[in-house]
Design a protein around this ligand. Structure first.
Ligand code: ADP
Ligand code: ZN
Length: 530
């Protein structure tokens, strides 16, 4: 491999223009770069698409020696290095996908001083041989990308990240810059502590993505709803559809293809070749809809993704924000659309219950889910709620579903009491617990075979809930779950139980506000940004 010529050393601004071809820095880039060039440590909290890469790439070019970039995204390293080499930056990577020959070649290029940026996986940095290699070189900086992976409570925890505190101990004089798109105060503090970055200057960008329209609606017939979204608002557009399971990825992709949409599946169960083939088609061709599990997307830089749709509930607001953040990196109007239903809540609670973690872990996962549910059920501006989660205040945005069509809320105390007392009666009188379906059948007075068999028509609450439809009842159950007035029992069957807070509702001491479920008209005019 022939290394490109030595980089044109120069000021950050000159490098920005001549190497990367951009006229001006964005947001905090310039300050961050100046700080790191001067040898300072930095913690950078910047949303996806904000331009984090230049914050370490340019200092690595300005400072003497090789900049070591630690990233968990092994699959993308080659692309990142290729992209840098294409603009004449001398970059290389070391990871487990390489054979010994490739590795030796990189090592001799490093020894010859021909590399300005070296990408590495976290598990590699901490092995002794890498330490010896780096000790023989001048390291200009350490960049720790996706730094939230160090957070044990986060959704992307990588144990290898914990060992990165050794960087500071072993190379105390080399500046470090940690970067993440996750910005809750708790995560930031955890990153600082675990990576010994307490002295680092912290740069927090605005997390608002004004061009993204946030919409969350009840899930009825998810594929039909998705088709409606694509046909009326995004025909021919590139998009990402997230599903929770591999099976639903396959099913959804097939359904879209049947309906004439260029959709491709992506999940960890596909072989590596199919995955990389689908990924490169998504990046290179126009108008591909990628149907994927969350295995897809980290580090993907496609500017014109016009919509991100979730057919299942994300596990946390951080996850939701990162995934939706892949829409509209070019700044043009884009849609973040989520369909979520009662089953999502039950399923996620069960997944947490069954997970391997200890009680503290489960509690933390439950809190992350609760925050996500609160975002789904809010009657206020989605963006205000989303940004507040990241500690940033804002005004109602005018570009989310709740701003555009303020949801009606109603006093749901009586329906809530009917549902809760049905649960209490079944438990007290019969020592039985049920899921939402049976409870709703009882409230609606449906004489199904199961109702007959179990003798549920004899219950005092049988048929007392005919003022609401089945769908509306599902909305009530979902919202009570979100508000902590109902809980999923840990028996693994998704049965529902009351909570401590339910007692207050049953005794009339607490009013329950619910949002009315309405079939929302979808926007017909495409890309009419409000
Ligand atoms: P992040 O890592 O924060 O998600 P990237 O570093 O991948 O974001 O940058 C997102 C996109 O913005 C890339 O296409 C990048 O080339 C572009 N970009 C970054 N900084 C600038 C800038 N100052 N001017 C124009 N485009 C930029
Ligand atoms: Zn809004």
């Amino acid at each position: 491999r022939t290394p490109p010529a030595r980089n044109p050393a120069g000021s950050p601004q000159a490098i920005l223009e001549t190497v990367f071809g951009y006229p001006a820095f964005r947001g905090d880039q310039q300050q961050i770069i100046d700080h790191v060039v001067a040898g300072g440590d930095a913690l950078v909290l910047m949303p996806t698409g904000g331009g984090k890469s230049l914050c370490y790439q340019i200092p690595a070019l300005v400072r003497e020696g090789v900049g070591v970039v630690i990233s968990p995204l092994i699959a993308l390293m080659k692309d990142q290095v290729d992209a840098l080499e294409a603009v004449g930056v001398r970059a290389a990577f070391l990871n487990s996908t390489q054979g010994p020959d490739d590795r030796r070649e990189v090592e001799s290029a490093l020894a010859a001083g021909e590399v300005d940026l070296l990408y590495m996986a976290p598990e590699r940095v901490t092995v002794p041989s890498t330490g010896e290699l780096l000790d023989r070189l001048t390291v200009s900086l350490f960049a720790i990308d996706e730094a939230h992976c160090v957070s044990q409570w986060g959704h992307d925890f990588r144990p290898d990240y914990l060992a990165l505190s050794m960087l500071h101990e072993h190379w105390p004089r080399v500046p470090r810059i940690a970067l993440t798109a996750t910005a809750t105060a708790a995560t930031a503090t955890e990153i600082q502590q675990r990576l010994q970055l307490e002295q680092a200057r912290t740069f927090v960008s605005s997390f608002d993505r004004p061009n993204i329209q946030y919409r969350i609606e009840p899930k009825n017939q998810p594929v039909q709803q998705l088709l409606q979204l694509i046909r009326t608002e995004h025909p021919g557009d590139a998009g990402i559809v997230y599903c929770l399971s591999r099976a639903s990825v396959e099913k959804t992709a097939a359904a879209l293809v049947d309906n004439g949409i260029s959709a491709l599946p992506y999940h960890a169960g596909l072989d590596a070749r199919t995955r990389s083939d689908h990924q490169s088609r998504f990046l290179r061709e126009d108008g591909i809809v990628m149907v994927a599990t969350i295995a897809f997307g980290m580090g993907i830089d496609k500017p014109d993704v016009r919509f991100v749709a979730h057919l299942d509930l994300p596990k946390s607001v951080e996850g939701y924000y990162q995934e939706t953040g892949r829409a509209g990196r070019d700044g043009l109007p884009s849609t973040a659309w989520l369909a979520y239903g009662l089953q999502d809540v039950v399923q996620q609670r069960q997944m947490i219950d069954r997970s391997e973690g200890n009680a503290a872990y489960k509690r933390r996962m439950g809190q992350l889910l609760d925050a996500m549910l609160a975002l789904c059920e809010t009657v206020e501006c989605r963006r205000v709620q989303l940004l507040a989660y990241f500690g940033q205040q804002s005004e109602p945005c005018g570009n989310c579903d709740t701003c555009l069509a303020p949801p009606e809320s109603f006093d749901g105390t009586v329906p809530a009491q009917k549902l809760l007392s049905t649960i209490v009666r079944l438990d007290r009188e019969r020592r039985q617990r049920y899921g939402a379906g049976q409870l709703i059948d009882i409230l609606l007075g449906k004489r199904t075979p199961r109702v007959e068999q179990l003798g549920h028509a004899d219950l005092a609450t049988f048929g007392i809930g005919t003022e609401l439809t089945e769908q509306e009842w599902r909305g009530v159950v979902r919202q009570l779950l979100a508000q902590g007035l109902l809980a999923v029992h840990g028996d693994g069957y998704g049965t529902l139980v009351i909570t401590e807070a339910s007692a207050e509702v049953l005794t009339g001491g607490r009013v329950v506000r619910l949002r009315r479920e309405v079939a929302r008209p979808t926007r017909s005019s495409k890309r009419s940004a409000p």
